[in-house]
Write a new protein. Sequence first.
Length: 94
Amino acid sequence: MNPSPLNKEAHISERISGLSHPDRLERVQAAVALVHLGRLGWEVVGPLSAALKDARPVVRKMAALVLGDLAPEARGAVPALAASLGDADEGVRR
């Protein structure tokens, strides 16, 4: 059974907020949850672009994966994604 659009929207909003949580584990869990939510819209591009600068490589990697799945909605993230190609972590660069 698929969640109602309102419930999914609330869940997405909660996960986006989780990307800036002070606890690193919470940020990772939020990023992974966004990957598993499937096709998202333009509203997540800004927070995910910011997550590309997170101190934890797994958060950066998950943010890049979600942004990659958002094309063409993620056009605004192209500069941040291009910059992540120089990331020190190989998983983020892929």
